[in-house]
Ligand binder design. Structure first.
Ligand code: AMP
Length: 189
């Protein structure tokens, strides 16, 4: 089973991804986590990505393709599939993902949209900034991240609806309720 998790910053993708992966033995592929790790290790790739992440913009598709290909090849034999979190973030990246999955002869089983109203996102991100201290959770960068989400990522909702893969989940419910809702969708896959 291969899943894609879509939602604006602060929708709770990371939290849900962890429990879904544990329950269904999936490998959590978070492009944001991989990039932050590269930045903290000060690798060449991390250095290239840092300024862009700090502006809340999208790093290049070349960088994303490189990290995804590497991650998939290292992990593909150890799990029942992947949960893509934070990727794809644009239609071009969705095409990229289709091509990659075609190469390894698998498809996308479901795309879960975590739907959360913008006013709630701001509250959640402010809380996360206090708890985790992520540099790109500042109010100014968040504006740009939301803007990128609405212009580049939101079109994926139609993209995956047209492919009959999309399941919308109300992300404003309690974490446990969101989790139960997702589990019931995935148990039926
Ligand atoms: P996230 O943790 O998913 O919110 O990602 C943090 C930041 O990493 C984003 O604001 C982007 O700068 C970068 N990033 C993560 N995933 C991608 C992606 N699929 N394409 C381009 N940039 C990404």
């Amino acid at each position: 089973m291969n899943l894609v998790l879509i939602g604006p910053p602060g929708a709770g993708k990371g939290t849900q991804a962890k429990s879904i992966c544990e329950k269904f033995n999936l490998c959590h592929l978070s492009t944001g986590d991989i990039l932050r790790n590269e930045v903290s290790k000060q690798t060449d790739l991390g250095k290239q990505a840092k300024d862009i992440i700090d502006k809340g913009e999208l790093v290049s598709n070349e960088i994303i393709l490189e990290i995804i290909k590497k991650f998939i090849s290292i992990n593909m034999n150890n799990y029942k599939g992947f949960l893509f979190d934070g990727f794809p973030r644009s239609e071009d990246q969705a095409d990229m993902l289709n091509n990659l999955l075609e190469e390894i002869k698998v498809g996308i089983s479901k795309v879960i949209l975590l739907d959360v109203d913008q006013s709630i996102l701001l509250q959640r991100i402010n809380k996360r900034k206090e708890e985790e201290g992520r540099d790109d959770d500042s109010e100014e960068i968040l504006k740009s991240r939301l803007d990128v989400y609405f212009t580049q990522t939101q079109p994926l909702i139609d993209y995956y609806s047209n492919l009959k893969l999309l399941e919308k989940v109300d992300g404003t419910m309690e974490i446990i309720q969101v989790n139960q809702r997702i589990n019931s969708i995935l148990e039926a896959v």
